[in-house]
Design a protein around this ligand. Sequence first.
Ligand SMILES: [Zn+2]
Length: 239
Amino acid sequence: MTKLLYQTDSYMKNFPAVVVSVDGENHAIILNETAFYPGGGGQPNDIGTINVEGEDYLVTKVKKVGSDVLHFLETEKLLPVAGAQVKGQVDWERRYKLMRTHTALHILCGVVFRDYGALVTGGDMDPLKGRMDFEFETMQKELVQEIERSVNLEAAMARPVKVKILPRVEAFQIPDLIRTKINLLPEDISEIRTVEIVGLDLQADGGTHVSNTSEVGQIHVVDYKSKGKINKRIYIELE
Ligand SMILES: [Zn+2]
């Protein structure tokens, strides 16, 4: 079981760890704890390097399998052994862009729900660009500018972004969380992580976010597409 350091400190770029097991088939290692985000909720996995006794190994992919996080290492080098002390380094430039993008998408969710009552159904992102799907029948071209203005206003308001890990029972009592369909989470999940943009948006979410919306910067709503009568996809880009 890997302790997920990014869940409580999304700004951790470097961390010491110990190799607890080696997966030869995947050319991957499992650490006791990690700051590498393994992907999920539309946010891509981190990449970076792991240093073992002075030698850097490229981390080409990170993936969560059960309660373990697999760090896939470059195949040109032999895997470190179990018990080895390592230092992980997240590709911070890329990750920070993803944090800003992820928080921007939550601002978009919050604005679209508050102003138009539309629920989000999915999303995806790359560094500095993303999309969200909404049940948003009344979406039309004229709203693009209006939404863009509102999301930038919210970003500029410097709202704090708060992360909490709550017992499942407690999380289920928060009415705002129901709209993100936490009731669909598997029953064996006893704790739920919530990400709150104070005063705007609250979601059950496993991703990494900036701690204040002012870090997001300028957001452009660049396009939208109809994916049917009700479903609409909105695209954003960050500067
Ligand atoms: Zn999210």
